[in-house]
Design a binder for this molecule. Structure first.
Ligand SMILES: [Zn+2]
Length: 247
């Protein structure tokens, strides 16, 4: 169960790993923004979609990165269905991803510090859940970031980092405490609200960045918002409610 994984990881590592419930948007959300038929070991690509220029560079992560992010902490990736070897084979590291048009620019490593690692899977997205680890400074996406779904997943995860950067030490402590309490089925309504707010903030950040590119990339903010509020946040709401201390 995903939430259990989410909680069991946060229980001993504090406000660290967030396993995700991503939106399933019906209308063209799985479509490629740019179709890449065959991922190589490394490549540097450039595209123009309407007014938006995209630069995308990726490479095969070195063994230290893989070890740190996947093997060093057993169970890092939740819900593995087709085996860890398959996931390792299908992972690539984003070296650069930028979007630029006359309204805005979004360079992932202008937002995320350069010592962070972003891995993505070229395999099936069902193989595991996307996640972010603050301790390991790693984001792992279960999809290709040049699909609409993958790009929004990436912007959401980076949105978590942006959110975390804004909060005070006290608020961060409160979040850790809420995660810890929830993991031990000892949370209150307030803890639940704190944890759901983390997700809400990350989506707000991600959607805010895509706003100026939505017409070029044909991404519907309204549809994503509807799914986030109607489905994803509700999912956390339901699961956390099950885990509240009712004694
Ligand atoms: Zn999230």
């Amino acid at each position: 169960m995903v939430v259990f994984a989410y909680l069991s990881r946060s229980s001993n590592l504090g406000y660290n790993k967030i396993m995700e419930k991503m939106p399933v948007v019906k209308n063209n959300y799985q479509e490629d923004i740019v179709k890449i038929d065959n991922f190589k070991i490394k490549d540097k690509l450039g595209f123009k979609i309407k007014e938006c220029s995209i630069i995308f560079e990726y490479s095969y992560p070195n063994i230290n990165v893989l070890f740190k992010s996947l093997l060093g902490k057993p169970g890092y990736v939740a819900g593995i269905k087709n085996g860890i070897i398959n996931i390792i084979k299908n992972l690539r590291k984003i070296d650069n991803l930028s979007l630029k048009n006359d309204k805005s620019e979004y360079f992932i490593y202008n937002i995320l510090p350069k010592d962070w690692t972003v891995l993505f899977s070229i395999g099936k997205k069902e193989d595991f859940e996307s996640c972010i680890s603050f301790n390991d400074k790693t984001i792992i996406l279960n999809t290709n970031p040049l699909t609409k779904e993958g790009l929004m997943g990436l912007l959401h995860e980076i949105g978590h980092w942006e959110d975390d950067k804004k909060i005070s030490k006290y608020d961060r402590f409160q979040r850790e405490k809420s995660q810890h309490k929830m993991a031990f089925r000892n949370g209150t309504e307030k803890d639940k609200d704190i944890l759901i707010q983390i997700e809400r903030n990350a989506w707000a950040n991600g959607l805010n960045h895509i706003r100026n590119f939505k017409d070029d990339l044909d991404i519907s903010i309204d549809e994503i918002k509807q799914e986030v509020h109607g489905n994803c946040l509700q999912y956390y709401e339901d699961r956390f409610t099950e885990l509240l201390n009712k004694h």
